[in-house]
Design a protein around this ligand. Sequence first.
Ligand code: AMP
Ligand code: MG
Length: 494
Amino acid sequence: MPSLTLEQTYAAAVPAGAVAWQPAPVPAPRLLYFNRALAQELGLDAATWDEALLAQVFSGNRLPEGVRPVAQVYAGHQFGGFVPRLGDGRALLLGEARDRAGRLRDLAFKGSGPTPFARNGDGRAAVGPMLREVLIGEALAALGIPTTRALAVVATGEPVFRERPLPGAVLTRVAASHLRVGTFEYFAARRDHDSLRALAEYAIARHDPQLAGAPQRYVALLRAVIARQAALIAQWMNVGFIHGVMNTDNMTISGETIDFGPCAFMDAYDPATVFSSIDHYGRYAYGNQPAIAQWNLARLAEALLPLLDDDAERALALATEAVREFAPAYESAWRAGQRAKLGLRTDGGAQDIALIDDWLALLARSRADFTRAHRALADAAAGDEAPLRDAIPDQAALAAWLARWRERCAQEDAGEAGAQTARAARLARVNPRVIARNHRVEEALAAAEAGDLAPFERLLAALRRPFDDDPQLEPYAEPAAPEFTQRYMTFCGT
Ligand code: AMP
Ligand code: MG
């Protein structure tokens, strides 16, 4: 009998947050993807299993003994409106694995059949969107951005019905935890303060163990989440990542990116960029993400109010003060990221702020490809300005900005030998060449759906080396044709 050594700490700590449930059996499980290195990192025996066994276990058809799956319950603000009960409609938490570093990591299925929280959903998932979750998660991980990751994808051999029948799949997701802002909102809305407290204690044990037992630990937890999210969103912004559906049920307490529905990487720089088909008003546009994160964190703060202080006014003051920390924390993380993206090591204050803002204004005016333009700075630092001139057509404006940049770099280098080479190398480690380009992702998923996994595997291999200067990666670095991007839409409810 295969074994998955999982603990069930969440179900034990927050019983009102978990409902025991079994995955639905699938007719013909076939392994499409398995991340052996991740399995090893998690210390799972599964790292050594053959494909047939992996397909059996990670489709849910043959759950190892001792695994007791649960559906997790949560609420959430979806596009600003509160839904008091969402929960895992098509997902199951299998349990927590203790990884090689001694940290607990959640293992969860997605697409494993309807649960009591499925509402009108079928509980299923399709191959394309689950492989998409693999690609985007691995892309973010390779860029050094905190993210949940896929461990396995198994085709079920059964169609799922969307606008048309699609091949079905079950994904296994690994997460620092699946605690969401919406999990706190669920208990707060029901005024179940015992569960709310148990959840906060559990979150502290999982993510901020240094706070355990501290007198003001709940406000400290709130502050820690705010700090993690500020850092995360700054990282998204600095690679042009658009999450697409930043509802509070899709925002983690851990600070990891979660739920890859209509997400996409921006190509031409424009803060108003939206790809999601359901985001009609651009609530979750690229440039709105920091403000939305803060809005979501205010919902977390509200949910935590009953724990912050017995005096309601004092609780509100603590919560407000904490939420106000988001904007400066975000701004400083984002600025530090942007300085690094310009190859600067030191903080030049107002001069750098102007340099960064004028650079972004230049990109916006010329609708330059965000990733290519930044990567071209590495070439420019190494003495080759051609890629940059290619990326930004307004040559006069570019020359004026470049002169200021060179002056700022010279000031930082103070004549130090090798400083330019070091800057070029630094830039090439910060500004990726390869991102998950929308046309490449779609091409890989269309082929996978038709049974050919080769383009998916090639793309995945490229996404794992985002900073490499290998000419073979060039097809994955090229932006889509503008006609493609104009029409491009990503879909939710996948
Ligand atoms: P998402 O937009 O993926 O974050 O999902 C929002 C909510 O809808 C969550 O409660 C999901 O569990 C639920 N959901 C999404 N798709 C399905 C489905 N096909 N069947 C059941 N529930 C679903
Ligand atoms: Mg979700």
